[in-house]
Design a protein around this ligand. Structure first.
Ligand SMILES: Nc1nc2c(ncn2[C@@H]2O[C@H](COP(=O)(O)OP(=O)(O)OP(=O)(O)O)[C@@H](O)[C@H]2O)c(=O)[nH]1
Ligand SMILES: [Mg+2]
Length: 435
């Protein structure tokens, strides 16, 4: 389901995972990818911008938790934001000793009638005594359709072919089912009317007269943008307690789901994923977003990436040993020091490298944090060719990083020492490797 949205999100994530460095530019690009994907999936612009700007603020302003890679951190933020939009609220509960009334509303063709039977069957299997009422007096054939579905689902059904007042039918049905000791009554309503305004007005009246425990707004998952407006209109007439998204099996873009949930603050409670009576599932935002982001796949990707990083590391080490080291390489190696011990390993490879003592490997962790800011304040060109560094550049970088110029110089010295060391060791090292 929601193939396009899922593909888009997955591709954005993949790109992030496979990018060389996760810098501000990578992050902005990632957020743009996410925006494009959500917009293509018909998520409302306002919501898209809210989601991405919250992620951006978190990533760019907050300090990242230790022990988490930036990539994981960002993916995690995206996951949390999407879950938040889809709503985390309390579960619905129908007390068994009460007569719970559920009113289904929504525009024509959204899937109300089908869902009435599905929902009935769902709770029937949970041991509820379920009665279903057809209060759609507008659509020809609505009565027959629901009656047939209820027969298939083995549910009690009530309706009146010749009665034109839906409130009368609903009240009569309610009374009958109450007498029979039902503890769940599901009311199907009309979806078409001369005008949407009249439809909404009718829903309001039914709701006032029946006093339902829950008003469920049924939304077609394939309609996109409109669902935002629709959900709002229904919600203003009769406060929607929950949302059902249907037709998620087909070409649904899914953005409607996200939009509708966000516009009413009502929780999505059920998904409908096919025409069969058992194609219904209880909605869990965590599971839904997990599926959208393909979290299973992502874990595998992360594993593969780790492997790729090790391999890439080896080629980098070779480059460094050839004396072609950039500031990025230096920083990368220092970062990996904790994980792989690369630098130490390289140094150990060098027979009797007396220069080791000039590189202070001890307080490296404290300084790394500062260096991160310094390196982030450097331009790409400066990182690739630190030779171009001069005092005005150093001044600018120090200001940008919020450190003393001394520290910038110190980092550059460290870089030069390291590079020199590598160059000097190159001949010996290569001979050593050949041996
Ligand atoms: N593929 C798919 N089709 C569905 C789903 N739910 C409903 N449908 C189909 O959508 C069409 C409309 O469904 P109904 O249940 O009649 O919709 P409704 O909201 O009652 O429509 P009105 O009574 O006209 O307002 C029917 O052909 C259903 O079989 C679903 O989850 N997946
Ligand atoms: Mg119907």
């Amino acid at each position: 389901m929601l193939d396009q949205l899922r593909e888009g999100l997955k591709n954005a994530i993949k790109k992030l995972i496979y990018s060389d460095v996760v810098d501000e530019q990578t992050i902005r690009e990632f957020l743009r990818d996410i925006q494009r994907t959500l917009l293509q999936a018909d998520v409302n612009v306002k919501i898209v911008l809210e989601v991405t700007s919250r992620i951006e603020n978190e990533v760019l302003k907050n300090k990242m938790p230790v022990g988490l890679s930036k990539r994981d951190y960002i993916i995690n933020l995206l996951y949390n934001e999407l879950v938040k939009v889809l709503g985390e609220g309390e579960e619905i509960h129908f007390p068994r000793n009460e007569c719970n009334i559920v009113l289904l509303v929504g525009i024509q063709g959204s899937g109300k009638t089908t869902f009435a039977a599905k929902l009935g069957k769902y709770y029937y299997k949970e041991g509820y005594k379920v009665g279903v009422i057809c209060a759609d007096t507008y659509r020809p054939g609505a009565y027959e359709q629901l009656k047939m579905l209820c027969e298939r689902a083995k549910l009690e059904f009530f309706g009146k072919v010749n009665e034109k007042d839906p409130i009368k039918i609903a009240l009569e049905g309610k009374e009958l089912f109450q007498k029979r000791g039902m503890n769940l009554i599901i009311i199907d309503t009309a979806g078409r009317h001369k005008e949407e305004k009249e439809l909404i007005e009718e829903m309001k009246k039914i709701s006032e007269n029946l006093n339902p425990k829950l008003v469920l707004l049924v939304i077609d998952g394939t309609i996109g943008q409109q669902s935002y407006i629709q959900a709002k209109a229904f919600n203003e007439a009769t406060p929607v307690g929950g949302i059902v998204i249907t037709k998620l099996d087909g070409a649904a873009k899914g953005g409607g789901a996200i939009a509708a949930a966000a516009s009413t603050k009502a929780k999505i409670l059920f998904l409908s994923t096919g025409e069969g009576l058992d194609d219904i599932e209880k909605f869990s935002p965590q599971r839904f977003v997990g599926r959208l982001l393909g979290l299973g796949d992502i874990k595998a990707i992360l594993e593969r990436v780790k492997q790729a990083e090790i391999e890439e590391d080896e080629s980098k080490v070779r480059r460094i040993m050839a004396g072609k080291m950039t500031i990025d390489d230096l920083y990368d190696q220092l970062l990996k020091l904790k994980k792989f011990g690369s630098i130490r390993k390289i140094l150990e490879l060098i027979p009797g490298a007396p220069e080791i003592s000039t590189i202070d490997l001890d307080n490296i962790e404290d300084r790394l944090e500062k260096w991160r800011f310094i390196i982030q304040s450097m331009t790409k060109e400066e990182r690739q060719n630190p030779e171009i560094m001069n005092s005005s550049r150093i001044k600018r970088i120090a200001r940008g990083a919020g450190v003393d110029e001394k520290e910038v110089k110190e980092m550059l010295k460290q870089y030069n020492d390291m590079k020199l060391l590598m160059r000097r060791a190159k001949g010996r090292l290569l001979r050593g490797m050949i041996r």
